[in-house]
Design a protein around this ligand. Structure first.
Ligand code: PLP
Length: 431
């Protein structure tokens, strides 16, 4: 029996699982096994031939991870999902699944630094060109598109600028060319559902808010099941022409009986099979635990984030505060167009004076906040990007990415707001 609901609070607790049929376990068991015994040689042949779905080997499918995949797909409103070993693996697979050497894709400049490196350097080494464009002008995506463009890529709520991406506008442009929009929704799960606004694929670093407790690295890719790959056969030969790595299977045809999920099945049975970035079932279990409280936590992160933004906006040592709740004009309109229930827990600010020293000294003064490179933890976290995450960029490049010398990035946790503000206040006092 599966519980159906349109509410993320219910789906986060129930989607994809009722109980273990063998033991009646209510909690999802950790199926810590490499392999699954076949019933017969015929059964084995059917599984390998994809005429029957089932477990073969944990590098490709695992029942614990399967529950995670179903649950994330349900919360995002997608058709099916694939869990992988990290957010980085999810970004790489999301592109590589439809992009060959010689092809290109268009990405927003507002990206996590690791994604930027993957796209600008590693993908380039693979012969795949990333064309970076400024997301404040959606038309820039159209201008960068040609017949070898395979997808668009952006983050819903990219830090440090925290300016929400124009999902609807760019998804619409993409659909006129037959180009799918892939959204990294890591910073805004539950608060934004990119499929509702036209995105075709969603990915997450589950390491962040979905895990929520800073214990495990993982990633997930969700197929919206809403993109007609067959209508654009020339643009997507990898889905529409015989695949020599799978007895000449044409994915859009072979997968049709299972639903509109050719993209995600191909990612599983080719990329995951060959590159091997599988999620450990133990991590899958941790992410399932995280998902159960995700809607509650996103509400608390958002409430605390907005309260911190308001507090910092009124402080005389603070120059600029970055959080959608204190934005106006077009950035606020874009946030309100796709987000509901809050703007999340990421907050940035710059000092009115004192530059780099002020930013560093502030971090050193914090007592309750953890000084770490992660985001999305239940605990409040802080970092000074100019001397850490962005230190390899030139001062000019730092400014372009939205990081000035004094910029401090906060990932506001779910502690009581009085304690969060009290820690920030005493650290500001010391500057
Ligand atoms: N996407 C975003 C928005 C991130 O913040 C991160 C990590 O910080 C990643 C992707 C990469 O995820 P992971 O660290 O799980 O590989």
């Amino acid at each position: 029996m599966t519980i159906h609901s349109k509410h993320p609070q219910t789906l986060a607790v129930h989607a994809g699982w009722r109980r273990d049929e063998a033991t009646t376990s209510v909690a999802v068991p950790i199926y810590q096994t490499t392999s699954f015994q076949f019933n017969s040689t015929e059964h084995a042949a059917n599984l390998f031939g994809l005429s029957e779905m089932g477990n073969i080997y944990t590098r490709i499918t695992n029942p614990t991870n399967d529950v995670l995949e179903q649950r994330v797909a349900a919360i995002e409103g997608g058709a099916a999902a694939l869990a992988v070993a990290s957010g980085q693996a999810a970004s790489a697979f999301a592109i590589q699944n439809i992009t060959h050497a010689g092809d290109n894709f268009v990405a927003s400049t507002d990206l996590y630094g690791g994604t930027w490196n993957l796209f600008a350097n590693t993908m380039k080494d693979m012969g795949i060109e990333c064309r970076f464009v400024d997301p404040s002008d959606p038309e820039a995506f159209a201008k960068a598109t040609d017949e070898r463009t395979r997808c668009y890529y952006a983050e819903t709520l990219p830090n440090p600028k925290l300016q929400v991406f124009p999902i609807k506008e760019v998804a619409e442009i993409g659909r006129t060319f037959g180009v799918p929009l892939i959204m990294d929704n890591t910073a805004a799960p539950v608060l934004c559902r990119p499929f509702d606004h036209g995105a075709a694929i969603v990915m997450h670093s589950t390491t962040k808010f979905i895990g929520g407790h800073g214990t495990s690295i993982g990633g997930v890719i969700v197929d919206g099941g809403n993109f007609d790959w067959e209508a654009h056969k020339d643009r997507f030969p990898m889905l529409n022409q015989p695949d020599p790595s799978y007895h000449g299977a044409i994915w859009t045809e072979a997968v049709k009986p299972m639903g509109p999920i050719a993209y995600i099945i191909k990612a599983r049975v080719t990329l995951l099979r060959d590159l091997g970035s599988a999620m450990s079932p133990f991590n899958g279990f941790q992410f399932i635990q995280g998902l159960e409280t995700l809607p509650l936590r996103m509400r608390a992160h958002s409430e605390n984030g907005a309260a911190v933004a308001e507090f910092l906006s009124g402080h005389n040592k603070v120059g600029k505060v970055i959080h959608p709740s204190v934005m106006d004009g077009e950035p606020r309109r874009r946030a309100d167009a796709v987000m509901s229930g809050g703007y999340g827990g990421l907050v940035g600010f710059e000092f009115a004076a004192g530059g780099k020293e002020a930013g560093q000294k502030f971090i050193d003064q914090l007592q309750m906040f953890y000084h770490v490179a992660n985001i999305g933890d239940a605990r409040s976290l802080a970092i000074h990007p100019a001397t850490t995450t962005h230190s390899q960029l030139s001062p000019d490049e730092q400014i372009k990415t939205g990081v000035n010398e004094s910029y401090v990035r906060l990932s506001i946790g779910i502690e009581h707001i009085d304690d969060i503000i009290s820690d920030l206040d005493q650290a500001l006092d010391a500057i």
